[in-house]
Design a protein around this ligand. Structure first.
Ligand SMILES: Nc1ncnc2c1ncn2[C@@H]1O[C@H](COP(=O)(O)OP(=O)(O)O)[C@@H](O)[C@H]1O
Ligand code: SF4
Ligand SMILES: [Mg+2]
Length: 391
């Protein structure tokens, strides 16, 4: 999904339709915030996240409810998403992906850090300004049924955001347009979510997300709840819409295989932090962080001969509790490449090893060169060769 200079997108539906009063939208055309749908000023990313933390207090005690610790769900994330591109965010369940997505959209309040959207700082905005800004940033959820009210017809689901943001144009026409964009017949408008298949419901969820002509969509596990046969259709739809509407995506998935084909850049998250970030092709050609290497070695290779010859790196143990993040390298308790020095007591910075590639491992270069190897017991005994998927 790469469209570094995306096509110019149609005007948002409320433009020219809001009973004559020009909307004082803090993002569109404002000096501090770039120019709406046009190219980002001086190549500025559409989304820029710095030092983002979300720590949830853990309370103990029946009466006093004292704070006994914090779930460090997101623990200091920096990332940039260029306009028109797709950023894939992967990591095991529980590593903080959804919380990160929600914190970017201010659906949960960050503990620390900044989020710039189109150059505008989303922190400290008044609720009304934030409500308006949110129009440009929408979320697609994993479970389309849970995110759709079963008592609302599709027409009602799709007109709700239009109404909430003061769209006074022809709402029925806009609903038909949206259904057409997501590949549903206009007759779907009068039906209810339970009357649709999982894939169709996700199409409705996507139609709702694009109703206000946003710039950024955070798709949180958009195909995880769907049959494999349907997943490709929804991924293709997201790609088509990106091209047609010039959208920018953050696609969240626990499965590297899902984000591989759609992402321009992939960020690998472990226990609240990014441990590797790279252009998709480069990451697949040579993952540098041991966690990414392990995740990649779990992806089956379609060629049975290669599949049989390669050696899998096994990840031992469960994800540690985000209440008690291991000191030093947060991955050291499970890392098959762990060394006696540095790993357990020195936090590795997410550093750029070559242009566009970042990794948070003290030994990334040595591992890539084969000078540091995985512990013998880390390999799947059924296989014989250390390898990374090449297809
Ligand atoms: N509202 C909350 N209160 C406390 N802990 C939470 C809350 N939301 C998420 N968490 C915890 O934060 C961690 C990250 O969760 P989440 O962002 O849902 O991960 P992912 O989407 O990667 O599966 C998990 O340990 C989860 O239990
Ligand atoms: S710093 Fe050490 S423990 Fe962490 S990923 Fe690298 S080798 Fe593994
Ligand atoms: Mg999640």
């Amino acid at each position: 999904m790469s469209a570094s200079t995306g096509p110019s997108r149609p005007d948002p539906p409320e433009r020219g339709a809001t009973s004559g009063s020009p909307e004082s939208d803090p993002l569109r055309g404002s000096p501090e915030a770039g120019q709406g749908n046009g190219p980002a000023p001086s190549g500025e990313p559409l989304l820029s996240v710095r030092g983002l933390k979300v720590h949830f207090p853990v309370r103990r005690g029946v009466l006093l409810q004292r704070v006994a610790g914090h779930v460090r769900a997101v623990d200091g994330v920096d990332l940039d998403v260029a306009r028109g591109m797709t950023y894939g965010l992967v990591g095991e369940s529980g590593c903080g992906k959804s919380t990160l997505g929600k914190a970017v959209l201010r659906l949960v309040e960050p503990t620390a850090g900044t989020v710039l959207f189109n150059g505008a700082d989303l922190g400290g905005q008044s609720p009304e300004r934030m409500r308006r800004l949110r129009r440009h940033m929408q979320m697609v959820f994993q479970d389309p049924l849970a995110s759709l009210d079963p008592r609302q017809s599709v027409e009602s689901v799709l007109t709700e955001p239009l109404r909430a943001h003061g769209f006074t144009g022809d709402r029925s026409r806009r609903v038909r347009e949206l259904l057409d964009l997501v590949g549903l017949p206009s007759g779907a408008a009068g039906r209810y979510p339970h009357e649709f298949s999982g894939g169709q419901r996700q199409r409705i969820g996507i139609a709702r997300a694009i109703a206000l002509n946003p710039e950024l969509i955070i798709a949180d596990e958009p195909v995880s709840a769907l049959d494999v046969s349907i997943q490709a259709q929804i991924v293709n739809l997201l790609e088509d819409l990106q091209e047609q509407l010039g959208l920018t995506y953050v696609v969240v998935a626990h499965d590297l295989a899902v984000v591989r084909h759609v992402s321009d850049v992939i960020g690998v998250m472990y226990l609240g932090a990014l441990v590797e970030e790279a252009p998709s092709d480069a990451l697949y050609a040579q993952p540098l962080h041991p966690y990414t290497i392990a995740l990649m070695s779990a992806i089956p290779i379609p060629d049975p001969e290669v599949e049989e010859r390669r050696r899998r790196i096994l990840l031992v143990g469960d994800l540690p509790s985000p209440v008690d993040v291991p000191p030093g390298c947060r991955f050291h308790t499970r890392c098959p490449f762990r060394r006696p020095t540095r790993c357990a007591d020195e936090v590795p910075a997410l550093r750029e090893t070559r242009p566009g590639r970042k990794v948070a491992c003290h030994w990334a270069e040595e591992i890539a060169a084969g000078a540091v190897r995985a512990a013998a017991g880390a390999h799947d005994p059924a296989a014989t060769e250390v390898g990374t998927p090449s297809s």
